[in-house]
Design a protein around this ligand. Structure first.
Ligand SMILES: [Zn+2]
Length: 88
């Protein structure tokens, strides 16, 4: 079965899914291992606390942990995307 759909000659990747819960992501994912907002809400830092996220300097805690998965956040534009560290 293919996850790709042809639309006027452009192949559009469909059904990008959360790397942890397999929930369909609400936007196209250019980030391998990206997780959904629901899983991201469970993220904690290395101390088991809510990870810091500084939208001014585009920085924050890394890595973060979701259900025991080590993940890295890429901060940008006042927000972030969270990706499972697939090399772990
Ligand atoms: Zn998820």
């Amino acid at each position: 079965m293919s996850d790709a759909m042809e639309d006027e000659g452009i192949v559009v990747a469909m059904n990008a899914r959360c790397a942890i819960c397999c929930r369909t992501l609400d936007s196209d994912s250019d980030y391998p291992g990206r997780i959904c907002d629901h899983c991201d809400k469970r993220a904690v830092n290395a101390s088991g606390l809510e990870p810091s996220a500084d939208s001014v300097s585009d920085s924050g805690d890394n890595p973060v942990y979701v259900d025991g998965w080590r993940c890295f956040r890429r901060h940008h534009l006042g927000g972030w995307v969270t990706m499972v560290d697939q090399c772990d």
